[in-house]
Ligand binder design. Structure first.
Ligand SMILES: C[S@@+](CC[C@H](N)C(=O)[O-])C[C@H]1O[C@@H](n2cnc3c(N)ncnc32)[C@H](O)[C@@H]1O
Length: 351
């Protein structure tokens, strides 16, 4: 990958100027001076519950080198390996022997959110799927990364006390914040909790601030769907993405039924001037989808996988080697690389 490919849409993350094809590590943006980094030079990290590598894209853009990856879903691993090369080393995180994980500066983990999400059973830490959190904390205790970054749905913050205690017991301070992707140049209203554990012995905890609140306050221009849509039905978008008459009828009935009960459940119809609501891993399966009104006098349509990639902040260089269904699931589960990169810019100078 060239430097340009490390950045969403091949653009400078600060000013959106196109990065020249021949830009190399350490070059500054000709417009705003932002320094571009290649991977493998400034710090190391590991990518747990890696999915399709949202953390990896964001941290590689800052000069990080990924030294270990774990992901158990074979389709996600296929997408990951297609884009980053190599082989995903770890499969089930609960089976990892912590001492066998390579040393690293930053540990990232997007542990499963279903136990904390509105859509899931909300069993919190009683849900056996949260075992991944504890297995990850065992790796933290053994490998002592300088920084730990978790990302999850906002519901996880209901369990902040349990999480903070587990960090404190291991000698880490915990910082938490909700970050909204649309504040980072991504046309999606995706609110996610970011949990940052900092090794107390480094004495850097007090200097850390989440992006948007400090010196490096983010300066992303806001984007709307119009900036990322690939076209309209009949003009660049295949007919298969149009909602069929039958399905459209059912979706409208479903929405009306819920509206009568006083709740807003159902599809969300958006135009090019708006941003997408949160793209879920069940996109186009559960009726609460983001649909697009192209304004061409046809039924609304769903987003294409490439458009979903774009509303998640993934560049067009990012390959989508799986079916539409898998792609929706993978991007809907993922973390937005521009948000990770912005967070990383607050962390990397401290370590
Ligand atoms: C919320 S997604 C994180 C996605 C990731 N941050 C990204 O950018 O694509 C959670 C991921 O954890 C994986 N996962 C869940 N339990 C796991 C386990 N025990 N071992 C390895 N991976 C696991 C899931 O397959 C899923 O890809």
């Amino acid at each position: 990958m060239t430097i340009k490919n490390n950045y969403p849409n091949g653009e400078c993350p600060d000013c959106y100027e196109n990065i020249p094809d021949n830009a190399s590590h350490g070059d500054g943006c000709s417009n705003c001076g932002h320094v571009f980094y290649s991977s493998g030079s400034k710090f190391t990290f590991i990518d747990l519950c890696a999915g399709i590598g949202g953390f990896r894209i964001g941290l590689q853009a800052l000069g990080g080198e990924c030294v270990y990856t774990a992901e158990w879903n074979k389709f996600a691993r296929y997408t990951y390996e297609t884009n980053f090369g190599g082989t995903v080393e770890g499969h089930d995180i609960n089976e990892i022997i912590p001492s066998e994980v390579p040393d690293h500066d930053i540990l990232t983990c997007g542990f499963p959110c279903v136990s904390f999400s509105n859509a899931g059973a909300k069993k919190g830490f009683e849900d056996p799927r949260t075992e991944v959190f504890w297995s990850t904390m065992d790796i933290v205790a053994e490998k002592r990364p300088k920084i730990v970054i978790f990302e999850n749905v906002r519901g996880v913050l209901k369990y902040r006390d349990i999480i903070e205690q587990s960090f404190n017991e291991r000698g880490y301070d915990l910082h938490t914040e909700l970050l909204v992707s649309k504040d980072f140049g991504v046309p999606q209203n995706r609110v996610r909790a970011f949990l940052v554990g900092i090794d107390r012995s480094l004495n850097i905890s007090e200097q850390f601030q989440f992006p948007g609140t400090g010196l490096f306050g983010n300066s992303y221009p806001s984007r709307t769907l119009g900036d990322i849509l690939q076209g309209t039905l009949g003009n660049g978008i295949e007919d298969k993405y149009e909602v069929s008459d039958k399905r459209w009828g059912t979706m409208q009935e479903h929405k009306a039924r819920h509206a009568n009960k006083g709740n807003g459940y159902g599809f969300q119809l958006k135009t090019a001037t708006e941003v997408a609501p949160t793209i879920q891993h069940r996109y186009y399966k559960d009726g609460s989808d983001c649909l697009i009104d192209d304004g061409v006098g046809r039924n609304p349509r769903r987003l294409t996988p490439r458009e979903v990639a774009r509303v998640m902040g993934y560049s067009d260089e990012y390959a989508i080697p799986v079916s539409d269904t898998q792609a929706y699931m993978q991007f809907g589960n993922a973390v937005c690389p521009p948000v990770v990169e912005s967070l990383g810019r607050q962390i990397v100078p401290l370590i």
